[in-house]
Design a protein around this ligand. Structure first.
Ligand code: DHB
Length: 398
């Protein structure tokens, strides 16, 4: 046990340096609480991994109020609404009018870059490129993280609180004994084909399109780079698609009498994103606390993943801060229940957006028309539109 390993001591040991792990480490440092973050990927790999791009206003507030918001404020774009497109027509949902809120288009890898820079500036201890990571003694007062650093030296971190923010494929959740957790999950019979293209924007805001050929999402990155997705089979091979085929498929899914046309450009990134809804209950085992994708996964429709991770961190930080300030474990005990309230709301929203906008291969005319009825009910009713707008921009008090 730990033989031959250098022992490191800290208050909070964190596995995973994505936005959740780095944000937590950053917040803890503002309260004078020490942490060490270990991460198997290197900084460059995370920086260049493309993920979703929408931040709820609560996420933006969290970044700006803690001194890491200059990136989103300077380079992000505020979006006051989205278009829902079906039957070849676009219907704008005006979030500001409906609920007085906006979202920001700012890619997750930029959030990572900003948080990583803040941790480096503040001499935060973040170790990228580690291997053989394992966690142990989770139900004791001294949980441990073992790892080998990029130079080949073995370490063992002794901490009071261990946070698993190591994503859906991570080790932390799998270290909880099977009898101490419930895995809630469903799979979907489709995936997203995502591209990045060097082209001007095709629309000023995001377009979520339902069509007989399946879903498409027209998103943006900048004046010169755009992000788009279309529903595909989970086992689709991106390499099998030519640029022309991709553009024709995307265009077919947004075609309509209004003549909406996509601005084509060269495609420099293609990938297939798997769909899954998953929640681990509880988000805790002994002194191990799960945050972000390590504890739950949503399908991408509605862009809740990063926002949920930051919401977990907000709740967890308050609990850890209160523990060190007062010695009381009450908020730590309540972390899982509190975080899960929002998680289940977001699970429902992501599931709802996904099922309303996608077309199942086996869907008959009834199911197809029922979905159009549902979309008509959302855009044709102020209450329906406001329900979507409130969920999309982020529930104020969940
Ligand atoms: C993006 C991704 C999403 O899943 C979504 O709902 C909105 C935007 C994006 O990558 O831009």
């Amino acid at each position: 046990m730990g033989a031959g390993r250098t022992i490191l001591k800290t208050q909070v040991g964190i596995v995973g340096a994505g936005p959740a792990g780095l944000m937590l480490s950053h917040l803890l440092s503002t309260s004078g609480i020490g942490s060490i973050v270990v991460e198997k990927r290197d900084h460059e790999t995370i920086r260049t991994t493309h993920r979703a791009g929408i931040l709820e206003r609560g996420s933006v507030r969290m970044l700006t109020e803690t001194g890491v918001g200059s990136g989103v404020l300077d380079k992000g774009t505020r979006h006051e609404g989205i278009d829902l497109r079906f039957g070849g027509e676009s219907h704008r949902l005006d979030f500001e009018d409906l609920v007085g809120e906006s979202v920001w288009l700012y890619p997750q890898n930029e959030v990572f870059t900003d948080l990583a820079a803040a941790r480096a500036r503040d001499n935060g201890d973040v170790r990228y490129g580690v291997s053989d990571t394992a966690v142990a003694d989770l139900a004791t007062d001294v949980p441990k993280i073992r790892f080998t650093d990029a130079a080949g030296t073995g370490y063992e971190i002794h901490c009071d609180i261990l946070v698993g923010s190591d994503g859906s494929g991570g080790i932390c959740r799998r270290s909880i004994p099977a009898e101490a957790r419930t895995d809630n999950f469903i799979e979907y019979p489709f995936a997203w084909f995502g591209i990045l293209t060097a082209a001007p924007p095709s629309a000023p805001e995001l377009v979520y399109a339902n069509s007989d050929r399946g879903f498409a999402l027209i998103s943006q990155r900048s004046d010169t780079v755009q992000r788009m997705y279309f529903q595909c089979d989970p086992d689709e091979d991106p390499a099998a698609w030519s640029e022309e085929q991709i553009w024709d498929e995307l265009q077919a899914r947004v075609d309509g009498p209004d003549g909406f046309g996509l601005q084509r450009g060269s495609i420099f990134d293609k990938s297939v994103l798997k769909f899954r809804s998953y929640v681990c209950e509880p988000l805790r085992y002994g002194n191990l606390f799960l945050a972000g994708d390590a504890g739950h996964t949503v399908p991408p429709t509605g862009a809740k993943g990063l926002n949920l991770a930051l919401a977990d961190v907000r709740v967890l930080f308050e609990a850890v801060d209160s523990f060190y300030a007062t010695g009381s474990r009450d908020l730590l005990e309540g972390y899982s229940d509190k975080a899960l309230q929002r998680v289940w709301r977001a699970q429902n929203f992501s599931y709802w957006m996904t099922s309303m906008l996608h077309t199942r291969a086996d869907a008959g005319p009834f199911e197809r028309k029922r979905a159009l009825g549902e979309l008509g009910g959302v855009v044709g009713s102020r209450h329906g539109s406001a329900y979507l707008a409130e969920a999309y921009t982020g529930w104020p008090n969940a």
